[in-house]
Design a protein around this ligand. Structure first.
Ligand code: HEC
Length: 294
């Protein structure tokens, strides 16, 4: 009798959890990726680096680096990246000579000369990326007071705001865990680059700022960096605003975690190992306890 009741309770609990997750899914899913009453829900995109078997697409990283090189590096640095990272497996895997030439465009401090002044030399593969500005003050002076953040970890430092009722929040989180959603930062950066538009008539936009539908507060100090055809691709991929945003975002996601593919591969093996181990443990438990009455 008790076992029956407890299994009933368990079953209805299970149905409740599944039902709640499904209804939270319906609550949180944007009706469409369009603006509804001034609110824009950032869409969830398909990235090659999502899910259990995620990896970076080399061609896409190369295109993304081209966008960074042509547009973003005028204002943003990637201070946590070394030039040699661009040549390593799992990344854009650019030829060494090309990266050496790219690095050599920048100067780095290297000891002191005989007069006691700082010695400068062209950057090498082993050096960290050199940014466009000496410091934040120089950046602010050049950019109307706004300081462009370092982009090395930006896809980890941003996320998608969920505007759901408080009680639906745990279920939205559970859904993210179950569907392995970890690309909120990439979705945000992509949406930000696509998010420039004319401000609504009632919006009081401060001088020097631009209207962006996903930036918190909607006024951003970064002028729209990308438009259709801003960059030339040599692999025939169309250079739409959306495509360039995807490519540069994938490149930034790689910059934030160059070893992502290895981590995911190892994770998959660990899961397989644990499943086999669980089977073995269960079988040995059965074997050891086979003659014991309980
Ligand atoms: C003209 C200079 C300039 C260029 C070019 C530029 N940015 Fe920015 N960016 C800025 C500034 C300034 C900010 C800070 C804006 C603010 O806080 O209002 C910023 C902020 C950002 C942010 C952070 C937004 C947030 O949520 O805080 C991201 C991401 C970003 N830029 C990505 C890019 C990418 C990708 C490119 C190249 C396609 C690019 N930027 C090109 C100046 C620039």
């Amino acid at each position: 009798m008790t076992t029956m009741t407890s299994s009933l309770v368990r079953r209805s609990l299970g149905a409740f959890v599944i039902g709640s997750v499904l209804s939270a899914t319906a609550l949180s899913a944007p009706a469409s990726a369009s603006e509804t009453a001034g609110h824009y829900q950032i869409p969830r995109l398909e990235w090659t680096f999502g899910g259990l078997s995620g990896y970076f697409d080399k061609q896409q990283l190369r295109r993304g680096f081209k966008v960074y090189q042509t547009v973003c590096q005028t204002c943003h640095n990637l201070a946590h990246l070394s030039y040699r990272n661009l040549t390593q497996p799992g990344g854009p895997e650019l030829p060494k000579e090309e990266v050496e030439a790219y690095a050599a465009q920048k100067q780095v401090a290297d000891g002191f000369n005989d007069a006691g002044e700082v010695n400068m030399r062209p950057a090498k593969l082993a050096d960290l990326f050199v940014g466009p500005f000496k410091n934040d003050k120089e950046a602010a002076a050049a950019l109307n007071g706004a300081v462009p953040p370092d982009l090395s970890l930006i896809t980890k430092a941003r996320t998608v705001e969920r505007e759901v009722e408080w009680y639906a929040f745990p279920f939205v989180m559970l859904k993210d865990v179950l569907t392995q959603y970890q690309e909120q930062g990439a979705d945000y950066v992509h949406a930000l680059l696509n998010g420039y538009m004319e401000p609504p008539a009632t919006f009081n936009l401060l001088p020097g700022l631009s209207y962006n539908r996903v930036f918190p507060g909607h006024q951003i100090g970064m002028p729209q960096p990308l438009t259709d055809g801003a960059v030339d691709y040599d692999d025939g991929t169309p250079t739409t605003l959306d495509q360039q945003s995807k490519d540069v975002t994938a490149f930034l996601a790689w910059a934030a975690e160059p070893t992502l593919a290895d981590r995911k591969k190892l994770g998959a093996w660990v899961l397989i190992y644990l499943i086999i181990l669980a089977g073995l443990l269960y079988a040995s438990k059965k074997l050891i306890w086979r003659n014991v009455k309980h």
